[in-house]
Ligand binder design. Structure first.
Ligand SMILES: [Fe+2]
Length: 172
């Protein structure tokens, strides 16, 4: 299901759904990381997961500042992401997992774009939402490049791995 986050009538409701979406993304990343074979991909995705955790912290703090109760976990029965944790947990193969996470990042990018475009956003939300969108664009760019066969990102990451292992061999 395509996410509807960011469409709500009032800003605080939209913001609460954005927090749920970030929780959903964290769960999807956890499932993806568990299934991935490539250690380098796991490291990158762990970084992306940490970004989503930071979003939850920042957005929850913002809601509290405005006397709003932030959600404490993922959406229940809403499934904001196209490829939720259940789908991810059943995928086989790094390419399939990264492709699924790439389509999830379409959803998070759409949601953050909508939130950034809203005219009713709180003044103290502007920077947080801008930073969130920058993170989402970075996630999407990496995932879109990494899972294509022979994509540049993958070749580069293999070069980095090779260099790292050479260096460690010299050190030992
Ligand atoms: Fe993301």
């Amino acid at each position: 299901m395509v996410t509807l986050v960011g469409m709500q009538g009032n800003f605080e409701s939209a913001l609460k759904e954005l927090v749920e979406l970030d929780y959903d993304a964290i769960e999807a990343y956890e499932a993806a990381i568990n299934r991935l074979e490539n250690g380098r991909y796991k490291d990158v995705l762990n970084g992306f997961k940490a970004d989503h955790q930071r979003h939850v912290t920042d957005l929850s703090g913002l809601l509290k500042k405005h006397n709003q109760e932030p959600p404490t976990g993922p959406s229940i029965g809403k499934q904001w992401l196209t490829k939720g944790k259940v789908v991810l947990a059943n995928l086989v193969g790094d390419d399939a997992i990264l492709a699924a996470m790439s389509s999830n990042e379409d959803d998070t990018n759409t949601a953050y774009e909508r939130m950034n475009e809203r005219l009713d956003k709180w003044e103290d939300a502007v920077e947080i939402l801008k930073r969130g969108l920058t993170d989402e664009k970075r996630h999407k760019a990496w995932l879109a490049g990494s899972h294509s066969q022979g994509g540049n990102s993958r070749n580069k990451s293999e070069d980095v791995d090779a260099e790292t292992s050479t260096t460690s061999e010299i050190e030992t």
